[in-house]
Write a protein that binds this ligand. Sequence first.
Ligand SMILES: CC(C)(COP(=O)(O)OP(=O)(O)OC[C@H]1O[C@@H](n2cnc3c(N)ncnc32)[C@H](O)[C@@H]1OP(=O)(O)O)[C@@H](O)C(=O)NCCC(=O)NCCS
Length: 348
Amino acid sequence: MESNSKLENSFKVKPYPVDLPVQHYSELSTGCDEYLSNIQSDGSRLFTLPHGEKVEVTCENIGRLAFLRDGDLSHFILALHTPEDETQVVAVYLQGKWWPVGDVLKTSNKSRCGLVLVESVMERVVLFLLSQVIFGILEKPLGEDLYFSAYSLWEHGKILWQNGEAVGFYTVKKKGSLCDGCTGQSYQLPVLDTVFVRSHWRRTGLALQMLEDFCLSQPSEGILGISFPMSPGMYGVCQKYLGIHKEERDRLYEVEPPGEWAQRRNVWLNIQMRDLPKHCKALTAGGNSEQSPHSSHSHERREADLEEEGILPQKCGSSVSLKDTSSSEKKRPADQSNTGICFKKARA
Ligand SMILES: CC(C)(COP(=O)(O)OP(=O)(O)OC[C@H]1O[C@@H](n2cnc3c(N)ncnc32)[C@H](O)[C@@H]1OP(=O)(O)O)[C@@H](O)C(=O)NCCC(=O)NCCS
């Protein structure tokens, strides 16, 4: 992480892409075709990465990244990847020049600090890079199959800015917003859909801060959702949050769209029953193997025990869904139709 004094110096001299006035999404691709045809006719160039390494820029290692959910390539940004590996995105082309990915996540605007609503075109680009490139590729743990779908333009999101850098974000499916483009179903409650904190900044309470912000931002909603399936890390965050904020225990539910009652599972109850979906089992100390987690009978028995012990939040008894989730445990977080980043070879 850069020191404050270094950042202050850079604030004076260097605006980053997010600080530049871009009014419309079409401006993101302005000049791209001309640039590509120049590369084709004049041959390759060299781009120097912040740590000094040089990457040859040819049409072979430039791709078009569609940054909208439907993969519409009329809204794209050019991305430069290493010649060896097309998933290793090192720079993006914005405002007529290549920017290292790390610089696109920086700001020279000191007031961009803490959780800031995503509003401008460039803030959407930052959200896109964090979710699809940083979380989806560059900081993805080996063997991890969790990814976030690309967002639509009207998706509600906040980016967490710290010391001039975007270090995390969360997005929300608003109550009443459409679940997808085909079914006509809409969300029955506000749902915290995706949350991400960059690896370097983890375990410093930032996800807790975002979960709290989400809960506080919906004062009039009795029930709030978190998109199924929650990751083991997110279960850990909820466990800590609900350990502190007892009043929220019967408010947070893990939900599948559109969030009807039968599609909700109380998060605190899940934690208490040690009955996490299989993908989250790692979190539970020892599990509870002798009681089938998918038998409604054993659920009932344990609910009764928990009620007796005063663990079960009062309102949950009849409202919690005891649905067997084993069939849908291989997940997508936000929507199953999307298989990750849409990267198309760029041609002039
Ligand atoms: C899950 C994630 C958002 C947590 O972010 P974070 O900023 O590191 O979380 P916090 O620092 O606020 O953690 C608060 C508490 O939650 C618990 N926690 C956080 N990460 C955890 C993990 N991976 N496993 C178990 N518990 C965890 C801990 O109790 C932690 O307190 P502690 O650090 O004092 O022990 C982050 O690891 C991440 O972005 N993961 C990848 C994306 C993801 O899984 N998103 C959620 C999709 S549902």
